[in-house]
Design a protein around this ligand. Structure first.
Ligand SMILES: CC(C)(COP(=O)(O)OP(=O)(O)OC[C@H]1O[C@@H](n2cnc3c(N)ncnc32)[C@H](O)[C@@H]1OP(=O)(O)O)[C@@H](O)C(=O)NCCC(=O)NCCS
Length: 184
């Protein structure tokens, strides 16, 4: 298991398909969680969820650019409470663009505790300081108010609507890398 990042309450680590599929299935079989996500996110069975975790790890390995999707683990219970991702946004034909997005999915039982904001913050820091990205975006369906509030808490700037990604109209939020002081 590879730990990528830690916060006060959370560990961000790589997925382990053999042992994590059940907990990932809890997240992606819940219609309340998948309501605003694409059909591809919905899991039909633990086994298909396991297969998707395997494919995700394989995709990250192929890209080999530090991006991917990670499990958010609650330190006090060691439970997987969600997913945090940092990856290239796909264009309307699902081809990767040069724009990077941060994203968050929490299991229903873990909403309302600030975990998406806490994981999002450390993932943005990672994108700027480790991957050296100049800007990171978030794309959100206009009706997904809970996710819009996460972008606000993270200080991301609303840019308006866009059709550039995923082949649908989405709200776009942007955060620029902090300005570097000479010598840093
Ligand atoms: C989007 C989603 C991750 C937001 O979850 P969330 O729990 O509302 O967001 P956070 O984890 O940042 O928690 C913030 C909430 O916890 C509360 N909170 C409690 N303790 C907190 C703490 N220590 N720090 C910050 N917030 C805290 C905040 O008041 C806030 O609640 P409010 O919005 O009612 O005011 C969640 O709704 C989800 O998983 N949705 C399904 C997947 C999805 O649509 N993802 C986004 C795709 S774009």
């Amino acid at each position: 298991m590879t730990i990528l990042l830690q916060t006060k309450r959370l560990i961000i680590r790589s997925w382990i398909p053999e042992s994590d599929a059940e907990q990932a299935f809890v997240i992606y079989s819940d219609p309340e969680v998948t309501h605003f996500l694409g059909k591809a996110s919905c899991a039909a069975s633990v086994e298909s969820q396991r297969q998707r975790l395997i494919e995700g790890i394989e995709r990250s390995r192929r890209r080999n650019n530090g991006t991917g999707s990670w499990a958010i683990v609650e330190k006090k219970t060691t439970t997987i409470v969600g997913t945090i991702l940092l990856k290239q946004l796909p264009d309307k034909d699902s081809l990767p663009t040069q724009d990077y997005e941060v994203g968050w999915h929490l299991r229903r039982a873990s909403w309302g505790q600030g975990y998406a904001t806490e994981a999002g913050q450390v993932m943005l820091n990672y994108g700027f300081s480790v991957l050296n990205l100049p800007v990171i975006y978030a794309v959100v369906k206009p009706e997904n108010h809970a996710s819009i509030r996460v972008t606000e808490r993270l200080g991301m700037k609303p840019i308006g609507r866009t059709n550039k990604y995923y082949g649908i109209e989405l709200l776009l939020f942007q955060l620029n890398a902090p300005v570097k002081i000479d010598g840093e």
